[in-house]
Design a binder for this molecule. Structure first.
Ligand code: SER
Length: 879
């Protein structure tokens, strides 16, 4: 087959087959949502899933691997979200083809095979290839020279910036060697290829990096030091879309068959033809973002307001806003999901299997955004109006639009340009950085269980897990670490099950002659089971190396856990029967006390559906179905109808747990041996987690018994109190509420009557001043009564009256004024009057013109205020 005729699928396959022929094992792409690395938001390199192996944990003894890894990069030097779609070769989602050596081959083979694949299998023009090595890597330079025959001036040297690859602030790293391809005019090559702007690693995109070979030999630890790794490794990453563009002879990644079916549909459905220049930006943005959003959702992420979900929401909104530029005012991105499934569904079946759900989530999110978009445009108009004659929209405003309405800054820029304005980019960047450092500060708090520092190592053997069959065993410690009084321990053999697939870790004890350790949690970091515990007797130190420990799991807790786990599978099956096949697990937590199951579904379950689900599960329980676990090939398990979970990374050999044909799931967890052991299954709540995801919580076995016992205690005490049978309780409570309401109503009207009567008594002996009846009274009423009295006075007061009430209770006094409408018009406003009197009485207050009140603690001054009333009224009336 001639290389330039290959489809993208054939290119991917030929890479993988090439490395399989060199003894590499194909390892499926990990989901883009990281499984167990809190330092990563999305998988961003092929090596992520092998991080632990590089750091020395290689329990399966993997030597060589290859694959095409799904990656998402939304930040970084060249990958700012706002720039994607403007050029032809940066993406938020891309595939990274990779080959790895774990302490096996090194520079010689890596370079030889890279050259062989590029020039002998894919027949790339040698005159267009350039390589770079780390500045002092003479070894790699010499190999390149010998293998490729490239002249010295095309084996270029660069420093740390370009040729030393690190996964993050800490982690595996090493010098690297990149391969660049010249997409330009070869005739002008000599003049430009070493140019810092126009040449290799320059800012111009004529020379494009296609493949990075990292010679992974160090670990960067938290102090910043480089520590040599136990073995020398190779980690390579090739930009799949870029290589497709080169092999298919097109200038832009978007013109390859990876993107063209999607771009064509965007053009067809929007009626706006695709343009390879700037006018095609919306098409490119939508096509790119469709891929990252869809894969992220298919792998278990959901749009939300924080962390990963927030990034996802931003990407989706940017795509949606560009769809608007193509005239789309209805959800558009979601319609493209089946087109994507068609183009990559063979390589990544998850996108095909979950396309209905992915499309539904995107649709709901777009729908919501379209509604806020108009609000955002209003806000934009307001910001522009506030600018006055200024011509630059301040950075914090651009950020506010971004943050609150999801307005991508490049679009704000575009809207601004339409009005002859510009945006303050540096100011926006500052606001953005401030937010990022807030987010980073929050993230740093998570425990870095991946750290390989601080361990005391006794032996290198990998842990053998015996917990499926045994609750306890004899074992030795292979390594341990102490951090703030908490021990992390790795064992030679362990019965402890680590938290995984939603099932919480076992609890138990680790006991030797001298030492006792209480294990309170067990986690799995990559493939290593780490027991977390506290010492309750003795000390753990170098001398514990040969100590024999008895490791025992708390069997009672584990039995509860088994019940809940098997019940979760039955619940999953029942939900699919009652609601439909769109129900897919979205998360689960199986603990000894209860279970929680999150699943895709778009509306709340009705009470009838909940009963149906509960009944179905209990029917399976009562049928006492044997729970079978079988090890089999992934394909066979899927063919037999087993459900695979979102975002789960499965090996080729999987464990299938089934309960007759009702439930078949791929699962590594612990289960009862017969469904009858689950006991009663009882749902305790149904709620919403986010758009498209519902949650059911439930209990089983003794948990159900306890729940029912509690409920029945409450019922019996209600029966006692209400002196009735169960069926009458609700009626009695309703009646009691009714009668309480009636009593309250009566009480209010009685109070009103009383206060009216009291008011009547007080509104006597008026002094007539300029035609206004002025009442001034000194009282001693309780506070509540005084307030009621004021209500009464207000109701009784006739049109040309004003009442001044001076009340004392204990050591505090109040002055209240109530003024009728008529006297207010004459200038007697209750608020003003009270204010002036309060000043005389050493207090403070004010209020509305019809009624106002003030308080004072200086009771001896009250008399001054009382005697000032008449003069004050006169003064106001004659003004
Ligand atoms: N880890 C390196 C990269 O991401 C090579 O795979 O570029």
């Amino acid at each position: 087959m001639s290389a330039n005729k290959m489809t993208s699928a054939q290119i991917r396959d030929s890479f993988i087959h090439f490395f399989e022929s060199k003894g590499h094992t194909f390892v499926r792409s990990a989901p883009v949502v990281p499984q167990d690395d809190p330092t990563l938001m999305f998988i961003n390199a092929g090596m992520n899933q092998f991080k632990a192996i590089f750091l020395g944990d290689n329990p399966k003894g993997l030597k060589r691997a290859c694959n095409s890894q799904k990656c998402i990069r939304v930040s970084g030097k060249h990958n700012d979200l706002d720039e994607v779609g403007r050029d032809t070769y940066h993406h938020t989602f891309f595939e990274m083809l990779g080959n790895w050596s774990f302490g096996d081959y090194y520079k010689e083979e890596a370079i030889t095979w890279a050259w062989e694949l590029l020039t002998e299998v894919w027949h790339l023009d040698k005159n267009r290839l350039f390589v770079s090595v780390f500045k002092d890597d003479d070894e790699a330079a010499a190999i390149w020279s010998r293998v490729s025959g490239l002249p010295d001036n095309r084996i270029m040297r660069f420093d740390e910036d370009s040729n030393f690859w690190e996964m993050g602030d800490t982690g595996p790293c090493g010098p690297c060697s990149e391969i660049h391809y010249d997409r330009g005019d070869i005739a002008t090559q000599e003049a430009t290829f070493a140019d810092p702007v126009l040449g290799v690693n320059g800012t111009n995109d004529r020379y494009i990096e296609i493949w990075n070979n990292v010679f992974m030999q160090y670990e960067r630890i938290s102090t910043g030091e480089l520590v040599p790794l136990k073995a020398k490794n190779v980690d390579t990453g090739m930009g799949f879309e870029r290589v497709c563009a080169i092999l298919q002879g097109v200038k832009s990644n978007y013109d390859t068959d990876v993107f063209s079916p999607i771009i064509q549909k965007i053009a067809e459905w929007s009626g706006v033809p695709y343009d390879q220049g700037p006018d095609g930006t919306p098409h490119r943005v939508i096509a790119d973002h469709l891929r990252s959003i869809s894969f992220a959702i298919a792998d278990g992420a959901l749009p939300s307001n924080e962390g990963r979900g927030y990034v996802l929401r931003r990407i989706l909104r940017r795509a949606s806003r560009f769809a608007r530029l193509l005239g789309q005012t209805e959800p558009f991105i979601s319609r493209l999901v089946p087109v994507l499934a068609q183009t990559v569904g063979d390589a990544f079946p998850e996108i095909k299997e979950r396309q209905a759900f992915v499309a539904e989530v995107i649709h709901a999110e777009e729908d919501r955004f379209i509604r806020t978009l108009d609000a955002g445009l209003d806000r934009f108009d307001k910001i522009v109006a506030e600018l006055g004659s200024a011509k630059i929209i301040p950075g914090d405003r651009v950020f506010a639009l971004y943050d609150t309405y999801g307005f991508p800054p490049d679009l704000t820029r575009l809207l601004a340009e339409e009005k002859g304005l510009s945006t303050d980019e540096a100011g926006f960047e500052k606001s953005m950085q401030e937010q990022k450092s807030r987010a980073r500060a929050a993230q740093k708090q998570s425990v870095n269980t991946m750290a390989s520092e601080g361990w005391t190592t006794f032996s290198e053997v990998s842990t053998r897990f015996v917990g499926y069959d045994l609750p306890s065993c004899e074992t030795k410690i292979t390594r341990y670490r102490e951090d703030k009084g908490v021990l992390s321990i790795v064992l030679e053999t362990t019965p402890f099950y680590a938290e995984m697939g939603g099932q919480v870790g076992d609890k138990g004890t680790l006991v030797s002659k001298q030492i006792e350790i209480q294990i309170f949690d067990v986690i799995k970091v990559n493939d290593t089971i780490i027991h977390r515990g506290k010492i309750s007797k003795g000390t753990l130190d170098e001398s514990s190396m040969s100590a024999v420990f008895s490791a025992s799991v708390n069997e009672e807790l584990r039995l509860h856990l088994r019940r809940n786990h098997s019940a979760t599978h039955l619940l999953h099956g029942a939900l699919r029967q009652v609601l439909g096949d769109h129900v897919v697990q979205h998360g689960s937590r199986v603990a000894p006390e209860d279970l929680r199951f999150d699943f895709s579904h778009f509306s709340a379950l009705t009470p009838e559906q909940l009963i149906q689900v509960e009944n179905l599960v209990n029917e399976q329980v009562m049928q006492c179905l044997p729970v079978c676990t079988e090890l089999m090939k992934l394909e066979d398990a899927k063919a037999s109808g087993a459900i695979a979970l979102f975002g789960e990374k499965y090996e080729e050999d999987v464990r299938m747990v089934s309960m007759s044909s009702f439930s078949k799931e791929l699962c590594g967890g612990l289960h009862v041996s017969n469904s009858g052991q689950i006991g009663l299954f009882k749902i305790t709540s149904e709620s919403s987690v986010s758009a498209g995801v519902r949650r059911i919580e439930a209990v089983t076995g003794m948990g159900s018994l306890e729940l029912l016992r509690q409920d029945s205690l409450v019922l019996s005490s209600l029966r006692d109190k209400l002196r009735c049978k169960n069926e009458m309780i609700v009626g009695r409570i309703d009646a009691a509420f009714e009668s309480a309401k009636e009593l309250e109503k009566n009480l209010q009207s009685a109070k009103l009557e009383l206060s009216m009567a009291a008011a009547q008594e007080i509104l006597t002996d008026a002094t007539l001043i300029e035609g206004v009846s002025v009442f001034a009274k000194e009282l001693q009423f309780e506070e509540e009564k005084f307030k009621n009295l004021l209500d009464g006075v207000q109701a009784k007061l006739d049109e040309s009256s004003v009442a001044f009430l001076f009340n004392r209770v204990g050591d505090s006094g109040s002055i209240a004024v109530v003024a009728s409408k008529g006297v207010q018009q004459k200038g007697l406003k209750a608020g003003d009057l009270v204010k002036q009197l309060a000043e005389l009485a050493g207090g403070k207050g004010g209020g509305r013109p019809d009624r106002a009140q003030a308080g004072t603690r200086e009771l001896d001054k009250m008399a001054t205020a009382v005697s000032a009333v008449h003069d004050l009224v006169k003064e106001k009336l004659t003004k």
